[in-house]
Design a protein around this ligand. Structure first.
Ligand SMILES: NC(=O)C1=CN([C@@H]2O[C@H](COP(=O)(O)OP(=O)(O)OC[C@H]3O[C@@H](n4cnc5c(N)ncnc54)[C@H](O)[C@@H]3O)[C@@H](O)[C@H]2O)[C@@H](O)CC1
Ligand SMILES: Nc1ncnc2c1ncn2[C@@H]1O[C@H](COP(=O)(O)OP(=O)(O)O)[C@@H](O)[C@H]1O
Length: 282
């Protein structure tokens, strides 16, 4: 890490510490299973992107239990995905969902997932559930989503104010909801109650394209699922470290996918294995 105490820049050296490399003793369950409830009739692609990114980040298994019609689309892209419900070590919830259109049944399933108390990523259409989270939780808003989330609690939390001082607002949200906050942008800020804040810099501007946030959420979900012991041991250390590592990998995968030119979100997901290999090798 480099920088002042309040704003540490997350480096390759830091990120490397948080990649769980499988050993001869591992099997798919010991590595960790990620449960995923994402996507909707309106945004099925978000589920495909998040699942693709999670699988490419390395995880024992992905269980997709979101809307059934979306599950078919996810399976068409990735037959490795299991659509039966069962035990999971971490959850990824909300990408491509709309909180205002959450059905009673889906809301119940999400509440059941949250009640398990396992490490959870809340993205996009599940950000409103931050106050309901019982386990170690990371929320992944962009500035507009954070403004929506905070505005009922603070009239000062406007989009302009958050854009002008993103690190401070990430920290305020972390304290307000008692969760780890990964605030997306050209610089991504990670804040967690009682922990130092981290910044992930140098992301290529080409990342400003639809679906890259869904990919980031998938990377983070896989990192949580494969690091549950470390999270249980010291959540205040592990959650912000894993969030910053996810953002770091996302940015490096984008660099590799780009080579200086434009990228799509799926390109970023597909380059996560090479980004991890480079991190471990160097
Ligand atoms: N392939 C997919 O399925 C994708 C799904 N996505 C999902 O889409 C959902 C909504 O995401 P967003 O954060 O984009 O929110 P919105 O789509 O709600 O848009 C946010 C704001 O941008 C404004 N806006 C829309 N089009 C605009 C334009 N052309 N010029 C200027 N302003 C414009 C809207 O009025 C709104 O205020 C999330 O659940 C997300 O996960 C996105 O990640 C994009 C890709
Ligand atoms: N100008 C930029 N430079 C670098 N990275 C960016 C830039 N704009 C956005 N990003 C990154 O791209 C991703 C966009 O995520 P998000 O806003 O959720 O988009 P979507 O909802 O389309 O997936 C985030 O990881 C964010 O940090």
């Amino acid at each position: 890490m480099t920088g002042s105490a309040e704003r540490l820049i997350w480096t390759a050296e830091d990120a490397r510490e948080w990649i769980a490399v499988p050993t001869a003793d591992d099997d798919k369950y010991s590595r960790g299973v990620l449960g995923v409830i994402t996507g909707s009739h309106d945004y099925p692609g978000a589920a495909v992107l998040g699942v693709e990114a999670a699988a490419r980040t390395g995880v024992g298994m992905v269980r997709y239990t979101g809307p059934r019609a979306v599950g078919g689309i996810v399976l068409a892209r990735r037959p490795e995905i299991v659509t039966q419900s069962g035990r999971v070590q971490a959850w990824l919830i909300g990408s491509g969902m709309n909180a205002g259109r959450r059905t009673f049944v889906l809301g119940g399933e999400i509440q059941q997932a949250l009640a398990q108390g396992v490490p959870t990523v809340l993205d996009a259409g599940a950000l409103d559930l931050a106050p309901d989270a019982t386990g170690p939780t990371v929320i992944t808003p962009h500035a507009r989503e954070l403004a929506e989330l905070l505005s009922p609690r603070s009239t000062e939390a406007t989009l302009d104010a958050i854009r002008a001082d993103a690190a401070t607002w990430a920290a305020r949200a972390a304290d307000e909801f008692a969760v780890t906050v990964l605030l997306k942008g050209s610089t991504t800020h990670v804040a967690s109650p009682g922990s130092p804040s981290y910044a992930v810099t140098d992301a290529p501007g080409w990342l400003a394209t639809a679906g890259t946030g869904d990919v980031l959420a998938g990377i983070l979900g896989a990192l949580l699922a494969t690091n549950t012991e470390r999270i249980a041991r010291d959540p205040a250390l592990a959650l912000p470290a894993l969030a910053a590592t996810a953002s770091f990998l996302h940015s490096r995968a984008a660099d590799l996918a780009s080579g200086g030119g434009p990228i799509t979100a799926l390109d970023v997901a597909e380059h996560v294995p090479a980004a991890i290999a480079a991190l471990l090798r160097d």
